[in-house]
Design a protein around this ligand. Structure first.
Ligand code: 4NP
Length: 150
């Protein structure tokens, strides 16, 4: 299963989502998965994850410091089986780039894995200071559900 995590900047939410899913796969010794992340914007291309995401990851023994931000590109539809977005604006931005029904069907809101049909957003923590812990635990629940469902 090839999974791409997508948010706006690829420095706060999707790097954590990538790190958490990889850690769970490693802990369960599950093979055959590929996990990456990207942003719908180019705002932070080439930059490491936000310090606050690095800190909350580190608190739970997940090291995301080697990740670098990159922008989502249309060829990602060919490379990945699943494109998991954090919120409804990511959803609209990525879906708009799909050129087939099959590609459009790869795009899903990540929280629908653990809260099916509720279309919950992972809140954008960038402009506040206290959202990172909540984001971490939402992603933790979603990533466990992703593994259970695939
Ligand atoms: P992310 O958070 O999409 O979770 O990486 C953001 C990062 C940067 C910005 C917004 C959200 N920004 O506007 O620069």
């Amino acid at each position: 299963m090839k999974v791409l995590m997508v948010c706006l900047g690829n420095i706060c939410r999707s790097p954590l989502a990538e790190g958490i899913l990889k850690a769970k796969l490693e802990a369960r010794a599950l093979t055959g998965w590929e996990v990456d992340s990207a942003g719908t914007s180019h705002y932070h291309s080439g930059n490491p994850p936000d310090d606050r995401s690095v800190a909350v990851g580190k608190k739970y023994s997940i090291d995301i410091t080697d990740q670098r931000s990159r922008q989502f590109r249309s060829t990602d539809f060919d490379r990945f089986d699943l494109i998991l977005v954090m919120d409804s604006s990511n959803y609209n931005d990525v879906k708009r780039l799909a050129t087939s029904e099959q590609d459009a069907g790869k795009v899903k809101l990540i929280m629908n894995y653990c809260a099916p049909g509720q279309n919950q957003n992972i809140p954008d923590p960038y402009w506040g200071d206290d959202g990172f812990e909540e984001v971490y635990w939402m992603l933790d629940a979603a990533c466990s559900a992703i593994i259970a469902n695939h």
